[in-house]
Design a protein around this ligand. Structure first.
Ligand code: 13P
Ligand code: SF4
Length: 295
């Protein structure tokens, strides 16, 4: 049996499903039961009928699935598949800002650790950040950890958005700048990109939003300003269109820790289990479920 067949066999034996983020390498996306953006994956995690979820993505995504499914076994195939952006925020920093702005509401991007989410009033993803913020009563919002997404939201709301911290960012997206991006196609830009590039975009969208945008567009060529392997997802959906990564070196190293061999080992040895302490999970779940209700 080849690796793919072994994975399929183990999946059946374990009653497992594989969920993959849009930034996974092509061969992982192709064997996954479900591929999507952070919001789609979080929502799907509440709907699956399986005993085991193998999460091909980075730590915070697997943690979100674990928080939403305390009775299921959630596995991440690599211990070092992590999101660097999440490191910009700590519970201490959130508490400091809350002291300074006691009337503000805390909105956290899901790209954050579970113990930070436990302090949030509500979470958001890049697909629903504006909707989430505009659904709130507060006039002042503490928004972290992505300052570029905070900028995107600030331009689309009347509320005061305070980025926490002021410089939180993703190294993959901040390396996409106006100088190194080609402009010979429809430019789709992720809101984690710098403000100057957002200003040049034909459309600013989450990775799932990009998939939906192409469906409605008649254009033949798209420049994709986000992680390089997003192009794999788009090619899978629309083989008749042309997709060019805005920059070939926009690679999320956390996402690239996972491959077919690691998924096979994960299913075989049931590793690595993602566990969130119950007291943290119970608080974080409230913030995530509130987001799912709003969107
Ligand atoms: P999406 O929610 O758009 O998939 O983005 C997640 C992410 O980590 C972007 O870097
Ligand atoms: Fe985190 Fe950036 Fe990777 Fe997205 S691309 S998972 S924000 S490090």
């Amino acid at each position: 049996m080849n690796l793919k067949e072994e994975i399929m066999k183990l999946k059946k034996e374990r009653n497992a499903i594989i969920m993959a983020h849009n930034y996974q390498i092509g061969e992982v996306q192709r064997i996954a039961d479900f591929v999507g953006d952070s919001l789609e994956l979080a929502r799907k995690a509440t709907q699956v009928d399986a005993d085991v979820i193998v999460f091909a993505g980075v730590d915070f995504m697997a943690e979100t699935a674990a928080i939403l499914n305390p009775d299921k076994l959630i596995l991440i195939p690599s211990k070092i598949a992590s999101c660097e952006m999440a490191r910009f925020l700590t519970p201490e920093l959130i508490k400091e800002y809350k002291k300074k702005y006691p009337d503000a509401t805390v909105v956290l991007y899901v790209n954050s650790t579970a113990d930070c989410k436990a302090l949030a009033d509500i979470t958001c993803t890049s697909a629903n950040a504006v909707k989430v913020v505009n659904s709130l009563d507060a006039d002042t919002i503490l928004f972290g950890p992505d300052s570029n997404l905070a900028h995107y939201v600030a331009e689309r709301t009347n509320k005061k958005i305070i980025p926490v911290p002021p410089n939180g960012h993703c190294y993959v997206h901040t390396n996409l700048n106006v100088e190194n991006v080609p402009y010979d196609g429809v430019l789709m830009v992720h809101p984690e990109c710098p403000a100057e590039l957002q200003a040049k975009a034909d459309v600013i969208a989450s990775t799932g939003g990009m998939v939906k945008y192409v469906a409605k567009s008649n254009a033949k060529k798209f420049i994709v300003a986000t992680e390089r392997d997003m192009v794999e997802r788009l090619k899978m959906e629309y083989p008749d269109r042309e997709f060019v990564p805005a920059w070939p070196y926009a690679i999320c190293l956390g996402m690239k820790q996972i491959n077919l061999q690691k998924i096979y080992e994960s299913l075989k040895d049931l590793k690595y289990e993602v566990r969130v302490p119950e007291n943290i999970a119970n608080k974080a779940r409230k913030a995530i479920e509130r987001m799912l209700e709003v969107s």
